[in-house]
Design a protein around this ligand. Structure first.
Ligand code: BV8
Ligand code: ZN
Length: 259
C-alpha cells in the first residue's frame, strides 16, 4: 500500500473507531479479487451485448434464452468462487458493530452472505434465486445447473432470475431500509463501485447530507463518480485495503471459507 495511503488509513481507522453507526455500499469491485468479472472494466459488453440490453425486461421478453444464458454462465462461474479477504473484513466489521452496521450491496453474487454478513441489503437481488412472474413463486436454486428455459415448479410458467434489471424498480422494503441506513449512519463506506447506477449511487449523497454529517470513505482502485463526495479515498484493492483497516483496528480476520 502506498505510504500516502498509510496516513489516510490511520485517519480512516480513527473515524471507524469513533463511529456509532456504519453503512457500507459495495459494488462489483469487492468481488473482483474472488474472480468475479466487474461490469464496466471491459467495454461493458457481454458476448457483444451491452449489459444494459441483456439485464432488462425487454431483453428477456425479446430473447429469454440469451438472457438465461447470461445468468447461467455467471452462476456456473460462481460455483468455483469464494469470498476474498475484503468480504471477510466487512463481515468482521459487522460483528464488531453488531446491530449498528448495515451492508448494502449492488452485487447479486451472494459472496457477502457467504462471508458471514447478516444485516445485508441486496439492492439488485440475488443470482441464486429465481422468481415466477406468473404466480410469484420465489425459489433459492443455489448454483445448480438449470434447464435452458427453466419452468416454475408450481405453475409451469417460464421463470426469471430474481434480479432487478435496468428499468425495473428495486424492492421497496429493501430500498427503504437502505435509505434509512444511509440516513442514520455517521460513517459511510463506498467500496468497489463506479457509482454510476441509480438509485444505489444516490445513497452516497444521502449519507453525506444526513443529520450526522456522515463521513464518506471510498475504497477503490481508481477515482470514480463517488470520489468528489468522499472525505477519504483509499486507493488499492479492497481485498488488501479493508483487511489493513481491520488490522489497524486490532481486528483479526477469520479467512476460512465454509465450503
Ligand atoms: C430504476 C443486476 C426506477 C443486473 C443491476 C440515465 C441516467 C441516469 C440513470 C438512468 C438513466 N437511464 C436509466 C437510468 C436508471 C438506471 C441506471 O442507473 N442506469 C445507469 C447505467 C445509467 N437504473 C435502473 O434502471 C434501476 N431502476 O431506476 O428504477 C425506474 C423504473 C422504471 C423506469 C425508469 C426508472 C435499476 C438498476 C439495477 C440494474 N441492475 N444489476 C445483473 O447484475 O445482472 S446494476 C449492475 O451495475 C450490477 O448490479 C452492478 O453492481 C451495478 C453497478 O456496477 P458496479 O457494481 O459499480 O460495477 P462496475 O463494473 O461499474 O464498477 C466496478 C468498480 O470496482 C470500478 O470502480 C472499479 O474501479 C472497482 N474495482 C475493480 N476491482 C477492484 C475495485 N475496487 C476495489 N478493489 C478491487 N479489487
Ligand atoms: Zn409460477
Amino acid at each position: 500500500m502506498s505510504p500516502m495511503n498509510q496516513e489516510l488509513l490511520d485517519q480512516a481507522a480513527e473515524w471507524t473507531r469513533a463511529a456509532d453507526r456504519i453503512a457500507v455500499l459495495t459494488g462489483a469491485g469487492v468481488s473482483a479479487e474472488s474472480g468475479v468479472p466487474t461490469f464496466r472494466a471491459s467495454d461493458g459488453l457481454w458476448e457483444g451485448h451491452r449489459i444494459e440490453e441483456v439485464a432488462t425486461p425487454f431483453g428477456f421478453a425479446e430473447n429469454p434464452e440469451l438472457v438465461w444464458n447470461f445468468y447461467k454462465l455467471r452462476r456456473a462461474n460462481l460455483r468455483k468462487v469464494r469470498p476474498n479477504p475484503g468480504h471477510h473484513a466487512l463481515a468482521k466489521l459487522e460483528s464488531e458493530w453488531d446491530g449498528r452496521f448495515t451492508l448494502i450491496t449492488q452485487n447479486v453474487d451472494g459472496l457477502h452472505r457467504a462471508a458471514g454478513n447478516a444485516n445485508l441489503l441486496e439492492l439488485h437481488g440475488n443470482i441464486r434465486r429465481t422468481r415466477c412472474p406468473n404466480c410469484g413463486d420465489l425459489r433459492d436454486q443455489g448454483l445448480t445447473e438449470l434447464p435452458a428455459l427453466p419452468e416454475c415448479q408450481l405453475c409451469g410458467s417460464m421463470i426469471r432470475p430474481d434480479i432487478v434489471w435496468f428499468g425495473e424498480m428495486l424492492d421497496p422494503e429493501v430500498w427503504t431500509s437502505a435509505e434509512e441506513a444511509a440516513d442514520q449512519c455517521d460513517l459511510f463506506f463506498v467500496v468497489g463501485t463506479s457509482a454510476v447506477v441509480y438509485p444505489a449511487a444516490g445513497l452516497i449523497s444521502l449519507a453525506k447530507s444526513n443529520s450526522q454529517r456522515a463521513k464518506v470513505i471510498e475504497v477503490n482502485m481508481t477515482e470514480t463518480e463517488a470520489s468528489r463526495q468522499a472525505d477519504i479515498g483509499l486507493y488499492g484493492p479492497s481485498g488488501e485495503v479493508l483487511p489493513a483497516l481491520c488490522e489497524r483496528l486490532g481486528l483479526t480476520l477469520n479467512l476460512v471459507n465454509p465450503d
